[in-house]
Design a binder for this molecule. Sequence first.
Ligand code: COA
Length: 180
Amino acid sequence: MAKIFVETERLILRELVPEDAERMFLLDGNPEVMRFLGRNTVTKVEESSEIIEKIRKQYRENGIGRWAVVEKSSNLLIGWSGLKFLTEEINGFKNVYELGYRFLPESWGKGYASESAGASLNYGFNILDVEVIYASATIDNDGSNHVLRKLGFTEKGTFIDPLDHEECFWYELRKEDFQR
Ligand SMILES: CC(C)(COP(=O)(O)OP(=O)(O)OC[C@H]1O[C@@H](n2cnc3c(N)ncnc32)[C@H](O)[C@@H]1OP(=O)(O)O)[C@@H](O)C(=O)NCCC(=O)NCCS
């Protein structure tokens, strides 16, 4: 049984497991999903298996990594969401917690990014007892920027993503400013 970290009204946030490869491939193989992400779309299910293994290694080494998001009504994996401990520098930041999320297009516009991200932030601030959580989004990614601002993140300037050389907003949210 995959370990469940958090349950919300409509979602289960659990560990990613090797059996998620096919659904993860639907996600990372979809150019619409990857539009603002500065990475090539995945072309083989084996690459998704490798990504899952990498994330499972992060669970072991860092105690956290992105979680699978399962929609309760369909019992399907619809994306991933949650915290990552950054061990590689981004915008001059390293060894800090960062929030991220990614969903299949048929699940967009239902509030799932906000619902899963809110639960992930709550876990970070109140279970892991983290003082500050960071996030970033390409400046044209209206959806993600809207989600982050609504969650209470404050924009702290821009930087250039080294992967795709696109300009991104950098965000910060401190524990005392997080409202649950
Ligand atoms: C960005 C993404 C995560 C948003 O997920 P979502 O579940 O549709 O977001 P929510 O339903 O929680 O939306 C929250 C708010 O953002 C708004 N929003 C969502 N997508 C939007 C868009 N493309 N343009 C403008 N506003 C948008 C919603 O209307 C909602 O606003 P409201 O609460 O004020 O009514 C989703 O589109 C996605 O997975 N995109 C591809 C991957 C990606 O870009 N990830 C983020 C990388 S930084």
